[in-house]
Design a protein around this ligand. Structure first.
Ligand code: SF4
Ligand code: SF4
Length: 459
């Protein structure tokens, strides 16, 4: 390596060699620059005259580095294959602007590439290389630090978390008119251990209450964990696999300690993908002792099994559904939320394109933590705003807390006059809570049917 190269540039190159997987090398090698992915990117649609937003151009910023150091073609014919290394910290800052500021890792270009090039995967790798040498947006550094040191992305202290649960438990008792209604914490051997996004504690405690109402109505034996309750994982955004493993194992360890039978993840695209799909790899862990399920599936199951009853007339309005990129494109969860939504609202109108072809809310990939890119993010959201507007709906439903914030920002910016909500809120609102329905129709309140459900256990 050149002695003129900065220490950070040398470290980035060295670490790239350790992070190249067969999947990433395949994607780096396979691009034929056909341009078929170009129009799939929301940044391109908003900036048609700026080639630096094209997925293939962005991918080439990383590919050139790969060719320069880890591909024989780049060593023999560097001018032919466009090999180009990084030398200065300024080069790394420019790379940062591309990988953090011009891509939300939404994977829409990936599924539209005939060669199977998955830019989002190696864009995430490139983020991780920069994070390793301390080059990243300030917000990214801050959130990762909170998750490393305090155990959740929003730095919520344990006493504040428990206090919020107690507050929501009081609300539950009042709304259910049942002083025995509980939000259990650290109950051993529960059927369900329910994990949440810290945003619910800090900004949306109503979602915790709504989930509790649904579990109450179903007569479920459930608990929330006292620790390891944050099912989000910022490693998906900052590319730090060490953080990914530590966060995932924190959750898995807790479920095993509680001997929980099923880990249920509240509505969050990146939390679901991280905890269910990526976490076992990052944490080098086999999950054999419990199942992992999205709360969307849990709620749908309850209705289908007759454990809860719902009345869709309780949710008036015109609804549309926004697919989270992580749920739809990366986890294939497209039909369950629609089935559930159609059971709890009367007027549901599809947004086009939808499912795996849906456009990003623009809040993905940690974008909401990077205010320096807000202007270009909102500009890139024009296609999403047009999509929303064309539905004629006044309420957009999404199964992702990140999307709630991304969509709300767009709705405000483009003055769409819509509201954003989640399925848990609609299901809770549609519940039929007469005595015959609660607990699957045994005529008893949950604590009457099963006295074990009335105790709250806090260590
Ligand atoms: S990433 Fe795929 S679709 Fe895009 S230019 Fe390369 S080969 Fe073509
Ligand atoms: S992953 Fe999404 S944001 Fe990134 S280049 Fe592809 S389409 Fe654009």
């Amino acid at each position: 390596m050149s002695s003129e190269r900065s220490h950070k540039a040398e470290k980035v190159i060295e670490r790239m060699g350790k992070k190249l997987t067969r999947q990433i090398v395949g994607s780096l090698a396979a691009c034929v620059h056909c341009g078929m992915c170009t129009d799939s990117c929301h940044y391109v649609l908003a900036n048609p005259d700026d080639p630096t937003y094209a997925p293939a151009y962005k991918a080439d910023r990383i590919r050139k580095l790969f060719k320069s150091h880890y591909d024989w073609t780049g060593k023999v014919f560097p001018w032919w294959v466009g090999a180009k290394s990084v030398y200065t910290d300024k080069d790394l800052e420019e790379l940062k602007d591309t990988v953090f500021g011009k891509c939300t890792n939404c994977r829409r270009c990936s599924i539209n590439c005939p060669m199977g090039v998955d830019l989002a995967t190696f864009n995430r790798m490139a983020r991780g290389l920069l994070v390793h040498v301390g080059i990243m947006p300030e917000g990214i550094a801050h959130v990762a630090k909170e998750q490393w040191e305090i155990g959740n992305q929003m730095g919520i202290l344990r006493e504040d978390y428990l206090e919020t649960i107690e507050w929501q438990e009081e609300e539950l008792q009042e709304e259910m008119n049942d002083p025995a209604a509980k939000i259990p914490v650290d109950r051993m051997d529960a059927n369900i251990v329910y994990t949440i996004n810290p945003r619910e504690v800090k900004h949306d405690p109503r979602s915790i209450l709504d989930a509790a109402k649904i579990f109450y109505a179903a007569g479920e034996d459930w608990t929330m964990p006292g620790e390891g309750w944050d099912m989000t994982n910022f490693a998906l955004f900052n590319g730090d696999d060490d953080l990914g493993g530590a966060v995932a194992n924190r959750i898995y360890d807790k479920i095993e300690e509680l001997r929980g039978k099923r880990l249920v993840i509240s509505e969050c695209g990146h939390g679901y993908r991280s905890t269910r799909c990526e976490g076992p790899n990052w944490g080098k862990r086999d999950i054999n002792d419990f199942e992992i399920e999205s709360s969307v599936i849990t709620m749908l199951r309850y209705i289908k099994e007759g454990k809860i009853k719902v009345d869709k007339s309780k949710n008036p309005g015109i609804y549309t559904f926004h697919d989270s990129c992580n749920n739809a494109r990366s986890c294939g969860m497209t039909e369950e939320p629609r089935e559930l939504l159609s059971l709890v609202v009367k007027d549901f109108r599809e947004m086009y394109p939808n499912r795996a072809e849906n456009y990003c809310c623009t809040g993905g990939g940690g974008a909401m933590s990077m205010p320096e890119y807000r202007e270009r993010r909102l500009k890139s959201g024009k296609i999403k705003a047009d999509q929303l507007n064309a539905t004629g709906a006044n309420i957009v439903v999404t199964s992702c807390h990140n999307c709630v914030d991304g969509l709300a920002d767009l709705i405000g910016h483009y003055k769409l006059g819509m509201k954003v909500t989640q399925l848990v809120n609609l299901v809770a609102n549609a519940l039929v809570l007469d005595r015959k329905s609660i607990g699957g129709g045994n005529g008893k309140k949950p604590a009457e049917a099963n006295p074990a459900l009335s105790g709250i256990i806090t260590p």
